[in-house]
Design a protein around this ligand. Structure first.
Ligand code: C2E
Ligand code: MG
Ligand code: MG
Length: 578
């Protein structure tokens, strides 16, 4: 009758040897191995030591403590474990039964007992105690699961940030040194978008396993965030101060290099996926007296730097990076104030046709800081991009450009406006641009939106749909800094682009630089085949201009040779009166 785990869960507390013998043999016949005690004290001791409930066949009348005292004591001091107490007695008047139940008994069996009744009552006890035991087991495995979820990542099975930080903490307590690395998959978002979330998860899974495989068991690999992993590799020596800086740097680079090499092998997903990774590394040593979070922050600073340098590389934390971060933070704060206080100014740089006529202009922003003077957009635009201020700046530039265009309603030149990738990526980008020109009452045909190639690697369908909505309204698109990014012909053919701007890196050194000359010729050929206009940036010398005019028909020049960026109205006054 009993489940295996309930077999030895019955206690018989009975001083009468004949009843005890009868009960015991009956129970043994049914498969139980009951424990017997002869007085109340023993029974209590046994029950108090238990952490699982038992069925107690408890004689009412016993020497020392009687059954009523025992059950009261049990309920008073042992409330957590619901032992099932069946009171045995020859007293079987209603008031006795009530008295026993009120004292804390669960059931009642009259002596001499009837075996069928005993069986039925024991069954009830088994059901209730069994339920409790099962519930407890379920709770234990739920707790184990909760523990797993709190400390491990479910996609990869690796430790998560919490456990990783704990490991870092214990390493410091053990006075060991280590290489801490944060590893980020370059362009993971793009892979996720292109291949779907399931394949993205699969990649993370393979990635985690490979990372774990890169080092021996003393190392800890963990998933820290979406596509960011952490590795802690203990240093052979116990104290970094015993090693030279070169030793530490070499150690960090060699461990990071192992990751780069392993991850450069194709992953067996879909038709094969190739990735690159960025690694931010920082030495960890208890001598530094830093908290685990501080080490993680340092590795993160190094990782951000590796990312900002274009990814696919390792950067080791250096104190100087803090200064850079601080400066960026400062710029961001002051720029936000600068926008409020009208410190931004719109400059224009003329674009000139081969015959020397004015073609149009590019809007270039300038920031006049009250103390630091003019700050170059090359410095503050990337900061604005990172922190989100670029959205306000982008709107401001477009409004200013509309204002300028409105001042010359009868001229047919257009102005090119730089659009940052973050601005373009906004879901409401199209609506925002349209609302500005409608508000300012300027025709879309007079505005060229300059985008960079970096934007073309994002979800191409979304990019194409935004561009075609705007081009249907009359806006034109130009690809800025052409040749420096990833653009492929296939993308360009799918998008409503009317112009490309040869980056000034290719114009530099013309006509003598053979590589640049070949690239520029190829760009002109491609543009001709696709029917695109070509603007050459950074034209500084007559030789460059002549070369460009010779190899490309109808090239538009933009460069210091013709015009430097200057305040918007000044540029237009100069060029329109010519
Ligand atoms: P860009 O869009 O490629 O702009 C051309 C840059 O080349 C301008 O730098 C311009 O002054 C410079 N340049 C033009 N001709 C010559 C030349 O002959 N020689 C040399 N050495 N340089 C020349 P600037 O104004 O410093 O702007 C730098 C970058 O900042 C721009 O590159 C653009 O990416 C960004 N930027 C400027 N204004 C804005 C803006 O309003 N919005 C956004 N999103 N980015 C902007
Ligand atoms: Mg530009
Ligand atoms: Mg450019």
């Amino acid at each position: 009758m009993p489940e295996k785990y309930l077999q030895d869960k019955i206690i018989i507390a009975e001083d009468d040897p004949i009843t005890l013998l009868l009960l015991k043999s009956t129970l043994e016949k049914w498969g139980f191995t009951p424990t017997e005690v002869q007085n109340g004290k023993e029974a209590l001791e046994l029950l108090r030591g238990d952490d699982e409930p038992r069925i107690v066949l408890l004689d009412w009348l016993m020497p020392g403590m009687d059954g009523i005292d025992i059950v009261r004591e049990l309920r008073l001091h042992n409330q957590k474990i619901p032992h099932y107490v069946i009171m045995l007695t020859s007293k079987n008047e209603k008031k006795d039964i009530i008295h026993a139940l009120e004292a804390g008994a669960d059931d009642f069996l009259s002596k001499p007992f009837d075996t069928d009744e005993l069986k039925a009552r024991i069954k009830v006890g088994l059901r209730l105690t069994g339920l409790h035991i099962q519930l407890k087991k379920a709770m234990q495995s739920a707790n184990r699961l909760a523990e797993f979820i709190a400390h491990y990542d479910q996609t990869t099975g690796l430790p998560n940030r919490v456990l990783f930080t704990e490991r870092l903490e214990s390493l410091l307590k053990e006075k060991k040194c280590a290489a801490l690395m944060l590893v980020n998959i370059d362009r993971f978002k793009l892979i996720n978008q292109a291949k779907g979330l399931d394949l993205g998860d699969m990649l993370l899974n393979y990635f985690g396993a490979r990372l774990n495989d890169c080092f021996d068991e003393a190392a800890v690999a963990a998933r820290i965030a979406a596509d960011e992993f952490g590795v802690l590799v203990p240093f052979d020596k116990d104290n970094t101060s015993e090693c030279s800086t070169d030793d530490v740097v070499n150690f960090l680079y060699s461990k990071a290099q192992r990751i780069h090499t392993r991850m450069s092998e194709r992953f067996p997903i879909d038709e094969g996926v190739s990735i690159t990774v960025s690694v931010g590394a920082a030495p960890v040593s208890c001598d530094m007296g830093l908290e685990p979070e501080e080490f993680l922050r340092r590795a993160d600073t190094a990782l951000r730097k590796a990312k900002s340098l274009g990814g696919n590389q390792t950067v080791i934390y250096d104190k100087k990076m803090e200064e850079e971060v601080r400066q960026r933070y400062e710029i961001e704060k002051e720029l936000a104030e600068g926008i409020e206080k009208d410190q931004l100014q719109l400059f224009l740089q003329a674009q000139v046709k081969q015959n020397g006529e004015f073609h149009g202009a590019e809007a270039l922003i300038r920031w006049y800081h009250p103390v630091k003077g003019m700050i170059s957009p090359g410095l503050f635009i990337p900061v604005a991009e990172e922190g989100g201020l670029i959205l306000r700046i982008g709107r401001w530039v477009l409004e200013q450009v509309c204002r300028v265009l409105k001042a010359y309603p009868d001229e047919d030149f257009s102005i090119s406006v730089n659009i940052s990738p973050k601005q373009f990526a906004r879901n409401d980008f199209v609506e925002e641009v349209v609302s500005i020109i409608e508000e300012m009452d300027v025709p879309a045909e007079r505005i060229i939106l300059e985008v960079t190639e970096g934007l073309l690697v994002d979800d191409i369908d979304k990019v194409a749909s935004k561009m075609s909505s705007l081009s249907q309204l009359g806006f034109r698109f130009s690809i800025d800094d052409f040749g420096t990014g990833y653009s492929s012909l296939a993308y360009i053919k799918r998008l409503p682009i009317t112009e490309i701007k040869i980056d000034r890196a290719f114009v530099r050194g013309l006509p003598d630089d053979e590589n640049n000359a070949a690239i520029v010729k190829a760009i002109f050929l491609m543009a001709q085949a696709l029917g695109l206009e070509v603007v050459a940036e950074g034209v500084e010398t007559n030789e460059q201009a002549e070369f460009l005019e010779r190899v490309g028909s109808n090239v538009i020049h933009q460069g210091f040779l013709f015009s430097k960026p200057a305040p918007a109205l000044e540029t237009l006054e100069n060029w329109l009166k010519k």
